[in-house]
Design a binder for this molecule. Structure first.
Ligand SMILES: *Cc1c(COP(=O)(O)O)cnc(C)c1O
Length: 366
């Protein structure tokens, strides 16, 4: 708790649900291990509290994107393995070593830098190797993979490869042919390289079945309750609840407008509720005239534009007993899944989560 008596908006993170989603990933991917992907401040939910909770229920491996994220995470989970997806550019090597971070090496150049660092330290250094299977983003391209395979003893000198990984481009769609293509390329690549534990799947891949699980899966979105395959039932529980409070109610006559640009005009005598959440907080302006909030279990459509600090809802159809100043309005949670607000905002669940601003106080429930 922040100790404030009144908060216009809050983000409730259900750590118990994050834990349940971690266990669900384990069940779906068993016997593969599950690593927690906590990059981007655990998708906006708070990297340290989330990682500490996951560690307390047996998660011993985490992924972050940035070196700085790994450095910040290290004290929260002192004994865990922390992989850094961005890799090991030569000037990141000293910090990676001193914070005991394990880089995901994405190129022959990074492999060379890491190997050189290990030799200089006269020891072995752990690393993951990421080779590309079709994403064409990070990871060794096919030519570099072939070179590595041909000269593996020399290139991997003093490197202990603890994970071979790749990343699926289309795991959100179970029917995408690309999944099978990438699976085959991943298997071919693994056969060319020294034996090591392997990892291909993020949350979507977990839902593609056992073939895709290998030795470790890397869920992010699913841990936070997002549906990795929006066309199918979500196996994960709601873990993030975004609410705002009604700051003011107003009765308007037909023909009156609401907000900037007067884009909403009342067609009937209406009741409007102005709520303390705006685009600063992460409600996208694209929600204008499309989204909804839930007041007392009833859906109330967005009226007019989203402003910086405020959003106005048409609560005419909400029973008067429920639409009170100070009442909580849900924008994401048990009534409105992430996928729904994402669709109304013209974006993906991922961006909804990562756009939630620091201005919204986080509350952690176990
Ligand atoms: C972000 C990321 C993940 C997690 O993906 P989700 O779809 O959120 O489960 C896994 N692996 C890599 C390489 C990533 O960049």
């Amino acid at each position: 708790m922040t100790g404030n008596d009144f908060e216009a908006a809050r983000l409730t993170v259900r750590l118990g649900a994050v834990g349940a989603n971690f266990r669900a990933s384990r069940r779906l991917a068993a016997p593969a291990a599950v690593a927690g992907v906590v990059k981007a401040d655990a998708y906006g939910t708070g990297m340290k509290p989330v990682a500490r909770h996951l560690a307390s229920i047996g998660c011993d491996t985490f992924f972050v994107a940035r070196l700085e994220e790994g450095v910040a995470l290290r004290p929260a989970v002192p004994d865990a393995r922390i992989f850094v997806l961005d890799g090991a550019p030569a000037d990141a090597v000293p910090a990676l070593v001193s914070h005991r971070l394990t880089p995901v090496l994405n190129s022959l150049a990074e492999i060379a830098a890491w190997s050189a660092a290990a030799r200089e330290l006269r020891s072995e250094l752990d690393a993951a190797i990421h080779f590309d299977t079709g994403m064409n983003r990070l990871g060794l391209p096919p030519g570099e993979l072939a070179t590595l395979a041909g000269e593996r003893a020399k290139r991997l000198e003093s490197i202990r490869v603890v994970l071979m990984m790749s990343h699926l481009a289309f795991a959100e769609d179970p029917d995408a042919k690309m999944n099978r293509v990438q699976l085959d390329r991943f298997r071919t690549g693994l056969a060319m390289l020294p034996a090591a534990p392997a990892s291909l799947s993020s949350s979507g891949g977990i839902m593609l079945g056992r073939d895709y699980a290998f030795d470790m899966v890397r869920p992010g979105l699913g841990l936070y309750g997002g549906n990795p395959q929006p066309g199918r039932d979500n196996p994960f529980e709601t873990a993030v609840v975004l609410t705002g409070r009604i700051l003011q109610l107003r009765h308007v006559e037909p023909g009156e407008s609401v907000g900037y640009g007067a884009t909403f005009r009342a067609a009937r005598p209406s009741v409007l509720a102005t709520v303390g959440l705006g685009y600063t907080d992460g409600l996208m302006r694209a929600l204008a005239g499309r989204g909804a909030g839930v007041v007392g279990g009833v859906r109330a459509p967005v009226a007019g534009r989203v402003s910086m600090d405020l959003i106005t809802l048409d609560v005419t159809d909400v029973p008067p007993a429920q639409r009170k100043t100070g009442a909580e309005v849900e924008f994401v949670g048990d009534h409105i899944p992430l996928e729904e607000i994402a669709a109304a905002s013209g974006t993906a669940s991922y961006e909804i989560l990562t756009s939630l601003s620091r201005r919204v106080p986080r509350h952690y429930e176990t």
